[in-house]
Ligand binder design. Structure first.
Ligand code: GLP
Length: 243
């Protein structure tokens, strides 16, 4: 794991935007795995501000996860989130946007379709990740076992609380389940870039980078991937190196 610490969250976002521009310039048909959450919002903002420098016309994207029961048009859906923060502002083609359909009648079939679509695109070249306060990545929640592939998951109460902002601030309005890429889906990306900002992430960042591998902190499995960059602001890095 290569860890890079920046002074502020804005500095992290600027670095992420540059990194994405460089990667897309190097491989205009790159397959990007994309996260939602508050953390990447600034990075998407910076990227949109620099959109004249790069074209997304050949880029393909696959988002990590979606809430069960929410269609693409639901204001709380991750699909709408991505539209608001990135897709509406760059020249990515709608047909190149891969997303889990939370409203699918057969969620098992939907998860299998998603795995096939990712494989059909040649796999994920660059996976951007956030990290949940409890160490989840995508919606792979801490548990005695982790699913390898895209699957349906029951969200933990802390995760529903963390996602309440897009549901009128009420955790009870956040769907109880989600569809998420699995750990192997994520770990098969050729390159992974994880972002974490703010003091609230310091403890899980420390365990992710310096702790044992444990299914109770899914992000700890990133330690086995050969090509992971972790971009942190100072508050998120505060606990590193002082076990
Ligand atoms: C959600 C998403 C994750 C994200 C996490 C952290 O649970 N499914 O992909 O990393 O939130 O969100 P935030 O960046 O808002 O702390």
């Amino acid at each position: 794991m290569r860890i890079e610490v920046f002074r502020t969250a804005e500095d992290v976002a600027a670095a992420v935007a540059e990194l994405l521009i460089t990667e897309v310039q190097r491989d205009p048909a790159i397959v990007l795995g994309l996260p939602t959450g508050r953390t990447p919002v600034l990075s998407y903002e910076r990227l949109v501000a620099k959109r004249h420098r790069v074209s997304f016309r050949q880029v393909r994207t696959f988002n990590l996860d979606e809430f069960v029961g929410l269609g693409a048009d639901h204001p709380g859906s991750y699909r709408r989130f991505m539209e608001r923060h990135l897709f509406a502002h760059v020249d990515v083609l709608p047909a190149h946007i891969g997303f889990l359909d939370g409203a699918a009648a057969d969620t098992q079939a939907e998860c299998e379709r998603y795995e096939r679509a990712i494989a059909g695109a040649g796999g994920i070249g660059l996976q951007l990740l956030g990290i949940g306060n409890n160490g989840h990545i995508g919606f792979n929640e801490p548990a005695p076992e982790l699913a390898a592939r895209t699957h349906r998951v029951v969200l933990l109460p802390e995760t529903r609380r963390a996602n309440a902002a897009d549901f009128g601030g009420d955790p009870d309005q956040v769907p109880r389940e989600a569809l998420s890429m699995g750990m192997a889906t994520i770990l098969h990306a050729r390159r992974i870039v994880l972002l974490a900002t703010g003091a609230g992430k310091a403890a899980c960042v420390q365990r992710m980078a310096e702790g044992s591998l444990t299914t109770m902190l899914p992000a700890s499995f990133l330690q086995v991937h050969p090509n992971v960059d972790v971009l942190l602001d100072e508050p998120a890095a505060a606990r590193l190196g002082r076990r």
